[in-house]
Design a protein around this ligand. Structure first.
Ligand code: CP
Ligand code: NVA
Length: 315
């Protein structure tokens, strides 16, 4: 870790981190998980405070930040949008300045990517994106960690995301896969392809790493996948699109027949959770022997702890 400069940095998306830095955080996550399992948790966040700002609901992200920070002696403070001035009555810039005077770091989950960017620009402390409409970077780190636990080094592996290809989770996976050389295929109707801007941003990254980033409507392209990943068809804030998505995405439900298209009996199933069983995935797949969704959820805590240890210089 010594050769990297993480101190004081925010995590808004993986676009701001090099492949080497992401690899170092993955290695640290593995170490942190091992420490957790062997009772070697210390008090590395003692004397530190963390503001947890939530405009949208959360189970895993909130609990991962709170438990990771709290069990090492830090003091996390949960603040929902109903509790504080978050662009209401006071500018976001002013809120950020004040929070930066009282907290060692800030986590934000909400709608706009610009909100997390403003918090980072004005608070003077590390800001972690705990999900926006655009990105969910802490999730993607846990996803790659889980892939590696099951399939070995991620580089050169084939990860297929099936479902809403333009959502925050698919976009974050595209960036991290492009950086790390993971072959990433988004299987989605053309209407739900990710924004062209992000595709163009990722093109030189994948050219450098050797990652093959593809989009297809054709589920036959799941062939050879080491892991099949899906997410809800209707993300938070898009509830009005539910009927449209149900129709568009029905052929993309991850069920045993779709998993069989990988041609690999051992291909694992991944889901960031929460899941709507019977929509994007059937219960027999997500609750079945090849599902690693629950390990993924646990790995949120280890990866988030690693990100905070590095950026708060608490190693
Ligand atoms: N995967 C994830 O971010 O879960 P929560 O919405 O429960 O935080
Ligand atoms: N795409 C989902 C992810 C939830 C963790 C959403 O934004 O609701």
């Amino acid at each position: 870790m010594d050769s990297f400069h993480f101190k004081g940095r925010s995590l808004l998306s993986w676009l701001d981190y090099t492949d080497g830095e992401i690899r170092a955080l993955l290695n640290l996550s593995v170490r942190v998980k091992e420490e957790g399992k062997t009772g070697k948790v210390r008090r590395r966040f003692a004397g530190k405070t963390l503001a947890l700002l939530f405009e949208k609901r959360s189970t895993r992200t909130r609990c991962a930040f709170e438990t990771a920070f709290g069990e090492e002696g830090g003091h996390p403070v949960f603040l929902s949008a109903a509790d504080i001035q978050l662009g209401a009555k006071e500018s976001l810039e002013d809120t950020a300045r004040v929070l930066g005077r009282m907290f060692s770091a800030i986590q934000f989950r909400g709608f706009k990517q610009s909100t997390v960017e403003t918090l980072a620009a004005c608070s003077g402390v590390p800001v972690y994106n705990g999900l926006t409409d655009s990105f969910h970077p802490t999730q993607a780190l846990a996803d790659i960690m889980t892939l590696e636990e099951n399939c070995g080094p991620a580089e050169g592996k084939k990860l297929c995301f099936v479902g809403d290809g333009r959502n925050n989770v698919a976009r974050s996976l595209m960036v991290i896969c492009a950086k790390l050389g993971v072959n990433f295929t988004i299987v989605t109707p053309a209407a739900l392809n990710p924004d062209w801007d992000l595709v163009e941003t990722c093109a030189p990254l994948s050219a450098a790493s050797g990652a093959k980033i593809r989009f297809t409507e054709n589920t036959a392209e799941l062939e050879g996948a080491d892991a099949v990943y899906t997410d809800v068809w209707t993300s938070m804030g898009e509830e009005d699109k539910k009927a449209e998505r149900m129709e568009l995405l029905a052929p993309y439900q991850v069920n045993p027949a779709l998993m069989a298209k990988t041609g690999k009996a051992g291909a694992i199933f991944l889901h960031c959770l929460p899941a709507v069983k019977g929509e994007e995935v059937t219960a027999d797949v997500i609750d079945g022997p090849l599902s690693r969704a629950w390990d993924q959820a646990e790995n949120r805590k280890h990866t988030i702890k690693a990100i905070m240890l590095a950026t708060l210089d608490c190693l």
